[in-house]
Design a protein around this ligand. Sequence first.
Ligand SMILES: Cc1cc2nc3c(=O)[nH]c(=O)nc-3n(C[C@H](O)[C@H](O)[C@H](O)COP(=O)(O)OP(=O)(O)OC[C@H]3O[C@@H](n4cnc5c(N)ncnc54)[C@H](O)[C@@H]3O)c2cc1C
Ligand code: FES
Length: 506
Amino acid sequence: MSDADKSCDLNQGIASSQLPEGGMLAGHVGETEVLLLRNGGKLYAIGATCTHYGAPLIDGLVVGDTIRCPWHHACFQLSNGDAARPPALHDLACWKVEENNGMIFVREPLPKPSQPTLASATLPRSVVIVGGGAAGNMAAETLRREGYTGSITMLSADADAPYDRPALSKDYLAGHAQAEWIPLRSPDFYADHQIDLRLGTIVVGIDKAAKELQLEDGSHVPYDALLIATGAAPVRLDVPGADLPHVHVLRSLADCQRLLDSMELVSNCVVVGASFIGLEAAAALRQRDIEVHVVAPDSIPMARIMGPAIGEMVLELHKSKGVFFHLQTKPAAINREAVTLENGETLTADLVIVGIGVRPLTALAEAAGLATDRGVLVNEFLETSEAGIYAAGDIARWPDRHSGQSIRVEHWIVAERQGQTAARNILGRREKFDAVPFFWTQHYDVSINYLGHAEHWDRIDVDGDIAARDFIATFLQNGKKLAVVSTGRDRETLLAEVAMENESSG
Ligand SMILES: Cc1cc2nc3c(=O)[nH]c(=O)nc-3n(C[C@H](O)[C@H](O)[C@H](O)COP(=O)(O)OP(=O)(O)OC[C@H]3O[C@@H](n4cnc5c(N)ncnc54)[C@H](O)[C@@H]3O)c2cc1C
Ligand code: FES
């Protein structure tokens, strides 16, 4: 019996009393799982699982006329299933609902809303996007979703079409995700949407006066509006042996593929760095039964970002899975068999993964004379110091209204949401980027969610038990809530997100 058979058949109808105002009920129509809701006096039937990674939306939160996903806070319109906020890229299916004689029936699927078309003499004739990552891809998709019919060119140094970068250090590296799941879109998507995606294409200069880009091969690409979304590059280790072939970084799909190709012969790995990428990679390798040693200068991993108690929890989690830690030291040298540490220890290693941070790729913007300060400076509309040139994602430093600071982060969802906002502003919307920053990190079956932005704090209020991995911790500075970190508290984290949005707008 399938899961759908076990749940309520919504086509046969349910009693209206089973679904009071604000209620949600999971059921099925045929083989398809459907979520039925009553909100604001209206009934909705939508796909029951998030189109990002399949979270059950019944555990999500209805906010206004939308529903937010419990796992990574994607947001869908109830009326038409529109994937209003990333990380979901696909809309939800919707069904017609009827209520009569005290019964509710879910009928046939509703047709997909027709795509709008925007035609205006004030729109740019061509949009060029530099970068085919989270921000660049979302910008291109948003331009088309909004009905823009002009030319879109996406220039990406990457050899691969846009892909799910966060999966590279998690399920894909662990061997649990198939290669077909990694691209964000099907191979035909870009051609079908008339997005001229040019892979392996490196932009080396921006001529603002001529409004054209110089490519590494000597050719030029003119633009009317420009989005720079070049992301970040891994910091390389600067010790003897760091350039040996078994020493890897992990940023691109090609990096990940190289790692996977070498995996069969690996039995001992040294991971350099105990932050997100390093520890996620450590977890993935342990799931392949590879011996993993983590080397890092920190005394407690992630303490600078999440505080010592959450850092300890992460440390204990990894130790319980058999990871060995060598903290408060660094690699001094690497040879083909081993890594020598500054504290004199020698660790056998046939694979080394370096995860010691990234640097935003701001060189293009700097050379073009755009204002930069540890990132490309943008205003609340994500426009750089040059009108008509926007920046988004890991390179962008924007005025965050929640923390009251100018910040730059390295979060997948922020990059996608900025790509979305930048695209709308290229179309003249003047939409402020005011999303509460959000990221998640996954270690084995433990997901840690981070909402907001706290570089410093003077208090952490904890509800629950951090060591038991069931908590929500609020980071405050002078009584102001800056960030929330949680594990196992999805709904409360969604509520905290809404509260932060309302506080900042109040
Ligand atoms: C392994 C890994 C796991 C991660 N996991 C998470 C996670 O769990 N949660 C989370 O929130 N974040 C995660 N991140 C961070 C997240 O992926 C980034 O914040 C996000 O990808 C940034 O998007 P972006 O568009 O700014 O840059 P990117 O996605 O890096 O895209 C930049 C693009 O620009 C191209 N480019 C660069 N220079 C040029 C040039 N000169 N010419 C043409 N093209 C150029 C690149 O080839 C690339 O296509 C992870 C990152 C990595 C590497
Ligand atoms: S599973 Fe819904 S946003 Fe990721």
